[in-house]
Design a protein around this ligand. Structure first.
Ligand code: BYC
Length: 313
């Protein structure tokens, strides 16, 4: 029986059809998806903090409205993704507990500080750009609810990236001080943005199995290369440079060569020792605790509605 189910699962994955919540799936497939989708959901929610930091200090009403909308979109992405984990049997409350207890990860990128308003543009351009590069292939991931969530998320991420690039273009047309601010932000975010794709393939513990299950559609290094190739002409048009002396076009490979990020720093940040890890998690913990009364009120309201539906006053 299990052999039949396993064969059907393998066939569905191999034929590029989608696995749906009702379908049988191996425990490891379910566990991997919950791990990856939860980490992704946590990243969206924690990712609201570095930008939220600038909402009250945006330089105009227009920029404030754009930033507010972007941060709200990120809350929405978190919700779609937590909902996708629920279709796998995960409990959203438990996932949040794991995040604030440091038992589940979120993207390393959000453990760096946002020092100037140019960081809002660079996060949009480079961080959302890396997110798009990583997430567009996930629209073809083998698990249906995750793939469908990613389609909507990617559409919104494209707007996020464009607003960032437009913000930077505006600053580059401004004063020398503004141009310097943009270059400084690019210098600080370039290497962390390369780390978003995960460790090099030979150190990536999950890639091989996740590729076999078609959860991941490309390896970490493939996507990193694509991102570098995509970003170079955009940087030239903007008039900024990346802080990597090894970065240059390689006509034989048809790709840019580039240097390696500081992987020791990456593992430190992933392990909880980055510049802002404790601040980010403490902030999320406080928000969760402050929101306890809302969850209790919603649960009491739902129970009351259920009772009145059942005719028990
Ligand atoms: N940061 O075997 P590997 C966004 C962990 S949201 C922290 O290659 P995998 C945005 C990895 O979890 C950005 N940890 O892992 C939001 C694993 O540890 P565990 C988030 C990382 O899963 C708001 C270990 O290192 N995007 O862009 O095959 C505003 C070994 O790695 C990182 C997603 O989550 C990292 N950077 O591949 C703006 C996308 N990299 O779990 C923007 C979906 C690796 O075994 N996720 N680790 O203990 C993915 O595509 C994959 O999970 C990854 C990693 C490519 C990230």
């Amino acid at each position: 029986m299990v052999d039949d189910l396993a064969a059907r699962f393998e066939h569905t994955v191999a034929s590029e059809a989608r696995i749906e919540p009702r379908d049988w799936m191996p425990d490891g497939y379910r566990r991997t998806l919950i791990r990856q989708i939860a980490q992704h959901a946590h990243s969206e929610i924690i990712g609201m903090q570095p930008e939220g930091n600038w909402i009250s200090r945006a330089p105009s009403l227009r920029r404030k409205a754009i930033l507010l909308a972007k941060v709200q979109d990120e809350a929405g992405h978190g919700l779609y993704l937590y909902a996708a984990t629920e279709t796998l049997g995960a409990d959203r409350g438990e996932l949040t507990e794991k995040l604030i207890d440091g038992k589940q990860k979120y993207s390393s990128i959000f453990n760096y500080p946002t020092l100037t308003f140019a960081d809002m543009g660079v996060i949009g351009w480079l961080v959302d750009g890396a997110a798009i590069c990583n997430q567009v292939p996930l629209c073809r991931t083998s698990y249906g609810p995750y793939a469908r969530a990613m389609i909507r998320i990617c559409k919104e991420e494209s707007f996020h990236q464009r607003q960032g690039y437009e913000l930077l273009m505006t600053m580059m047309r401004g004063t020398q001080a503004q141009r310097d601010m943009v270059q400084d932000a690019v210098d600080r975010w370039w290497w962390p943005s390369l780390m978003m794709f995960g460790p090099p393939d030979e150190e990536s513990s999950n890639t091989e199995q996740s590729m076999a299950w078609r959860i991941k559609r490309n390896t970490n290094d493939e996507l990193r290369q694509k991102y570098v190739d995509m970003s170079m002409p955009q940087a030239a048009k903007l008039g900024v440079t990346f802080p990597d002396p090894e970065l240059k076009w390689n006509p034989e490979r048809g790709h840019h060569d580039f240097g390696q990020p500081d992987w020791e720093e990456f593992w430190q940040v992933v392990g909880g020792h980055g510049p802002c890890n404790s601040q980010r998690v403490a902030h999320r913990r406080k928000a969760h605790e402050d929101g306890a009364w809302v969850r209790e009120a919603a649960a009491a309201h739902a129970a009351k509605a259920r009772r009145s539906q059942e005719g028990v006053a």
